[in-house]
Design a binder for this molecule. Structure first.
Ligand code: SF4
Length: 382
């Protein structure tokens, strides 16, 4: 589980843009519109989030308006401990109503904040493909597309055509066609996954009992096998709400007498069938991210954005941190071709959970931490 996020494959969320519109069937159970609607009731955010969602028809819908909050983007420059940020979980960075300037500002910030990794997902793969040549792709960006069914497989070539260093596909929510298993609909799926570094697989979650759609185990096995055959690492996130209900694990209680986290969406691996209980199904791309930078005790926590930019490597990519405590992460190459094999320890992603400990920086760090925590209303917790 992430430091500040309930999403298993990230540490935190960064929402500098808010607002969206329906794009494809994966959006049917979009949680973000409910989150935004709830946040808009906060008097401090009411004005900023006004008009992004509309419930006048009895159903909560996006209006298509997208709001940019530049201060939220700048804030990551002041977080010095490296994190994986799921970027824009309340919108789509390639939304048609977003100016290219705003998109470019995101990538400029990603490059400057090279201590972090930014995980981006889009369902607007065509716009991603169109804008890709204009983007100076930093290596700390993992660019992904959502593919929820067979028809949406055509987003993968759009992603493959970009210059992103790490490319990934989110097969979540995977919406199975019960009449036609994926292996029959798309034989040799592996051929369409060439160049993909990482695949997240997950069944649909829904807060309503009948709102979620099924994900066949047959499809899960096929996706795992084909992704691996194509050289992609696999992260099986959850088996979905329908499976959790059917298996009776949705109300599982832990030893502490509290409900098991993620049980309702089938996201707790210890509750899964034995065939899926493997650390190798919770892997990350083979890339040296800046975890060593974060783990290093030698880091100067007083460094601000201006100072930090002076240490930028020439091409904006993370430079090897020779003082890293964890030497296994000291090779910070971003080229998939020179990656080391991912180890099972990736399941316990070593992103920092504690505040800086040096006496000198403690009070400043404490204040910074408190500021971040005050902004928790921006953080989506699934
Ligand atoms: S693209 Fe994402 S945020 Fe936008 S409507 Fe679809 S699920 Fe919701």
């Amino acid at each position: 589980m992430g430091v500040n996020s309930g999403i298993q494959w990230t540490d935190d969320t960064l929402n500098a843009i808010v607002g969206c519109s329906w794009r494809s069937p994966a959006c049917d159970n979009c949680y973000a519109r409910y989150d935004v609607n709830r946040m808009a009731r906060n008097p401090r955010l009411e004005e900023q989030l006004d008009g992004l969602v509309d419930g006048s028809s009895g159903e909560l819908k996006w209006t298509g308006r997208v709001q940019f909050f530049p201060e939220r983007l700048d804030a990551v420059l002041r977080v010095h401990r490296g994190r994986r940020y799921f970027t824009n979980s309340l919108s789509d960075l390639f939304h048609e109503n977003l100016d290219e300037d705003v998109i470019q500002k995101h990538f400029k910030t990603f490059r400057e904040a090279h201590q972090h990794t930014f995980q981006i997902l889009t369902k607007r793969s065509q716009r991603l493909r169109e804008l890709s040549p204009n983007i100076d792709w930093p290596c700390n960006v993992w660019m992904g597309v959502t593919v929820e069914d067979v028809r949406r497989l055509d987003r993968i070539p759009d992603l493959a055509a970009t210059q992103a260093r790490i490319k990934w596909v989110s097969f979540e929510p995977w919406l199975s066609d019960p009449a036609t298993p994926l292996c029959e609909a798309v034989p040799n799926l592996r051929n369409r996954l060439e160049g993909i570094d990482w695949a997240v697989i997950g069944g649909e979650s829904s807060k309503t009992k009948y709102g979620a759609r099924p994900m066949l185990f047959e499809d899960v096995r096929y996706l795992i096998g084909e992704c691996r055959a194509a050289g992609a690492k696999v992260f099986l996130k959850q088996l979905g709400t329908l499976w959790a209900i059917a298996s009776g694990t949705n109300d599982a209680m832990g030893d502490d007498g509290k409900p098991v986290k993620k049980a309702k969406s089938g996201g707790e691996p210890s509750l899964w069938p034995a065939e899926f209980q493997s650390p190798s199904l919770r892997e990350f791309p083979d890339v040296r991210v800046m975890e060593s930078f974060a783990a290093s005790e030698a880091i100067d926590n007083s460094v601000g954005p201006d100072k930090a930019s002076k240490s930028d490597p020439p091409d904006g990519c993370p430079a090897p941190d020779q003082s890293a405590a964890d030497s296994d992460h000291s090779d910070l190459s971003c080229s998939p071709s020179v990656h080391k094999p991912a180890a099972a320890k990736d399941m316990t992603h070593p992103a920092p959970t504690s505040r800086p400990t040096t006496h000198k920086s403690k009070s400043r760090s404490q204040r910074r931490w408190n500021r971040q925590r005050k902004n928790t209303y921006w953080i989506f917790e699934e």
